[in-house]
Every structure is written in C-alpha cells, then in structure tokens.
Design a binder for this molecule. Sequence first.
Ligand SMILES: [Zn+2]
Length: 272
Amino acid sequence: MRFFDSHSHLQGARFDEDREAVLARAAAAGADTIVVCGEDVASSEAAVALDARTDHPRLLATAGFHPHEAAQATEDALDRIEELARKSPVAAIGEIGLDFYRDLAPRHVQRQVFDAQLAIAARLGLPVSVHSRDAEGELQPHLARFANESPLPGQGRALGALHAFGGTLEQARKYVEMGFLVSLTCSAGYPRNDEARLVAAGLPLASLLIETDSPALPPQARRGTRNEPANVRVAAEVVADARGISIEAVAAATTANAEALFSAIPAMEASA
Ligand SMILES: [Zn+2]
C-alpha cells in the first residue's frame, strides 16, 4: 500500500537530529510521497533544498507565508517566494491562509498576505495549500477570486487543498464545489472530532486527501509526542472507518487525488 502525506513540516528544527531515521520509517510505512510546506522564506528555501534529495520517499516542496508569519511578509519577502516558486519545482504555494484562533498577525494583514499569495499561485498556475483555523467561513471570497483567476480549472485540475480541515461538512462541500480538495489528519480520529469524521464520510472519495501535518497533530494513541509521516496510515484508517471501506481503497484514492493535484512536479522534472 502507498500513502501520500500531503502536508508536513519535515524541514523544521524538530527533525534536525533524526530526519533520515524519520524518512526511513516513512518509507517502511509506505509513505511514498511527502509534501514539505514552507511557512516563511527560510522554511520555504529549506523545503526546496529537501525536495532536491533523490532518495525514497519522494519529497515535494511548497513555498509561502503561513498566516502566523503574515506580519513578516513584506513586499520584498513575497517577491522572494514568487521567485523561488518560479525557479524551483515547487508543488504548490503554501501554506497560506487565515488563522483567527491564534491571531498572531492582525486579521487585515493576514487577508492581504493571503490574497497576494493566491495571486502568485494564479500567475504561476500552481495549486495552493490552505490553512484555516476559526476562519473556515471567511475563506470563501478569497478562494472565489482565486478560482476565477487560476488557470487550473481550465486544465481540469483541482485548485488546492484545505489542509487539516476543521470546518463543517457543509463548509467542506462548498469548497469542493469551488474545486478544492479537503485534507484530513490523524486528528480526525480524536474522540471529540465527530465533525471531521462526518467530513470523511460525507465528501466524495475523489475530494479527499490525507496528511500528518508533522510534527503537529499526532494520532490519538500518541498524543503529546512529535508526529511523523509514518503515521499517515492512521489518517487513512480513520477515513476508511468513517466510510466503511478498506484502507487500501482510501490509500489508492487519496494517492491518486494528491498525484493529480501536485502533478506539475513530475511534468517539470520530466522536461528538465
Ligand atoms: Zn502546516
């Protein structure tokens, strides 16, 4: 069985001591591809550097400013993200979005920086990896503009992933209608997370992705520890249980969905 971990932060300092061992465990667990997401310029550059690694598992980089870092996203810094994404084989612009739970940057700044990065993604024809917390209902106007400007729908491709989705099934359905995929984490298995299991059961399988968001959101049995991509199987199990289907079916569908979403990357490598 092959799994596609569509969101992680493997370039972070919490993996500096044992990153190769973490990657070996991921490979042994069938986590064939792992997306490594940027949160600012330095972490996006570090993700791109990891992407150049040729061993198994395959690593794909994204570049972008997390909403927590939005106050640091000067015009110059956003230009560097765009340049990085132009010159390197990044799989998506991300992670970008709105976080009205921790509010680490003023909300109007978060919105401006989100829009600026959606515009970069539209210009480059890249999908986006979207973070939202206590802002699931607020994404709509931003994402609707992106849906209009992006060339991806015209190519029959999805617009991006709503990562670690924490909203309602009704909200998830709206974003699926707009052309986004919805990504669930191991936290969908937490006892109080009934809504995530409704999302897992209620969306078409063709609209779902799985991820670990490592080092965050470890499986229920390992709460309080560092999460790692080898645990992506747990997210697949939660989705399989919620839908009453096999984990093999979830692994196959979510891998195919993720491959199609991030498919610019093999194409760029092939032409290089
Ligand atoms: Zn993340």
